[in-house]
Design a protein around this ligand. Structure first.
Ligand SMILES: NC(=O)c1ccc[n+]([C@@H]2O[C@H](COP(=O)([O-])OP(=O)(O)OC[C@H]3O[C@@H](n4cnc5c(N)ncnc54)[C@H](O)[C@@H]3O)[C@@H](O)[C@H]2O)c1
Ligand SMILES: [Zn+2]
Length: 405
């Protein structure tokens, strides 16, 4: 038996934020990140709509990018004191994910972070509050997913929480919020969405229910991301939908080793002054992983289907896969994303020698490979890598060399 779970309602299109006026409840807590939502006036709008719905409103502001366990615990404490019946989380993946974890702790104050990390092991939520998510970036699709990524900075590891219990009740996908994204954020989150769709399409857990969402999202992202990056706001709006379709697919079909590798390399070099940003990591690794997975005949056939759907040409699945890889690399180039870690600068832009020196990468390689193989996303990848193969693959991602194994 397979399960397909999504939010009960997805409001989308310009002005969808107004749907908040229709929520029924007494108290709402609004969770947001640094300052962009306040600065651009969206936070005030949200508070206004909730008050119009007759609710008392409290805010939790300042949730940091890649949120920590401490932030989650502090926020849950605020919720326990205020006792909201709605949790409204708005912003990028970071504040929404943090709010999901706060929700668990609010409903079950005895829960520890370790308890939350048990995959598909959460107790029933919604005894105290329901959850509404409003994305302001076009990538993670956390507004429709069963996932939340929380970082344990003491261990230096990102933990994906996974359970359909944390799939929001309501998602509001209003493109107005995406208009204020700076270019680099558009590029990174857009390629994150592309990776979600491609990994979901070839995942071992894909179904007839997830395939159409994934393949249509791929088509939209390839068609619209570049123009959105260049400032076309109609395409920006289409991208906001496309990332959500990709999310609807991958929350049910799961992901693959591009994400395993991105999770384990993301914060691995933080002591050198930067993270390898999630979307940029995915963009660099995806073409390499496609070459690796394509040694599996079923995966190769499915990459061929994607290439056909994009009208890329090619006489057989091998040629089609090569054309798909070329297309994704062309997208990286157009979006000013490096093709490999060696060329990944401190500012995430391409450069001759990036912020991760060769020796440092090689010194950490084995541990990263072990952790990546053990990541939950590896389970649904179409080809199961050994630690040795993962090391080789990561080296190809460092030097931008060909994957021929
Ligand atoms: N839950 C999931 O299913 C899922 C999936 C993929 C990734 N993630 C996680 O999500 C996090 C990344 O989320 P993200 O890429 O959305 O970025 P983010 O939430 O970390 O935000 C990045 C920056 O962009 C700013 N920002 C956000 N929206 C803006 C806007 N409209 N205008 C101007 N600035 C804006 C924020 O203030 C922040 O400084 C990572 O921790 C990643 O691991 C979660
Ligand atoms: Zn992702």
């Amino acid at each position: 038996m397979a399960r397909f779970t999504l939010p009960r309602d997805i409001y989308h299109g310009k002005g969808a934020l107004e749907a908040l006026k229709g929520l029924q409840g007494k108290k709402a807590v609004v969770c947001v990140g640094g300052s962009s939502m306040r600065k651009f006036g969206f936070l005030d709008k949200v508070i206004g709509y909730l008050e119009a719905a007759g609710m008392e409103v409290k805010t939790i502001e300042g949730i940091e990018p890649d949120p920590s366990v401490e932030t989650v615990m502090k926020g849950a404490q605020v919720m326990q004191e205020f006792e909201p019946d709605w949790i409204v989380a708005m912003g990028g993946g970071s504040p929404i994910d943090a709010a999901k974890a706060m929700w668990i702790k609010y409903e079950y104050p005895e829960t520890t972070f370790e308890d939350m990390c048990k995959v598909f092991g959460l107790p029933k939520l919604r005894k105290k509050a329901r959850f509404c998510a409003i994305p302001s970036t076009s990538g993670t699709a956390t507004e429709v997913t069963a996932f939340a990524v929380i970082t344990d900075y003491a261990k230096g590891i990102k933990y994906p929480l996974a359970d359909f219990e944390i799939t929001p009740d309501i998602a509001i996908v209003d493109p107005d919020l995406a208009e204020t994204m700076p270019k680099k954020l558009v590029a990174h989150t857009g390629m994150d969405a592309m990776t979600h769709a491609v990994e979901a399409y070839v995942s071992t857990a894909h179904t007839n229910y997830t395939d159409p969402l994934a393949i249509f999202a791929i088509k939209m992202i390839r068609r619209d991301l570049e123009a959105s990056y260049q400032g076309d706001m109609e395409k920006r709006s289409a991208m906001h939908d496309a990332q959500c379709l990709a999310g609807m697919s991958f929350t049910n079909a799961l992901l693959g080793i591009v994400h395993s590798m991105a999770h384990k390399t993301g914060a691995a070099f933080a002591d050198l002054g930067a993270h390898i940003i999630h979307g940029a990591a995915n963009a660099m690794y995806l073409p390499k992983v496609i070459a690796f997975n394509a040694k599996n005949a079923e995966a190769r056939k499915r990459y061929g289907e994607i290439a056909d759907y994009l009208n890329l040409g090619g006489a057989n699945d091998e040629e089609k896969t090569a054309l798909l890889i070329r297309e994704l690399r062309k997208m990286n180039e157009a979006l000013n994303i490096p093709q490999c870690i060696k060329n990944y600068g401190l500012d995430s832009l391409p450069c001759e020698q990036g912020f991760v020196p060769e020796e440092v990468f090689k010194a950490k390689l084995h541990d990263i490979a072990v952790n990546a193989v053990a990541d939950a996303c590896t389970l649904s990848n179409p080809r199961k890598p050994t630690v040795e193969e993962m090391e080789k693959l990561l080296l190809c991602c460092y030097y931008d060399t060909e994957v021929d194994f």
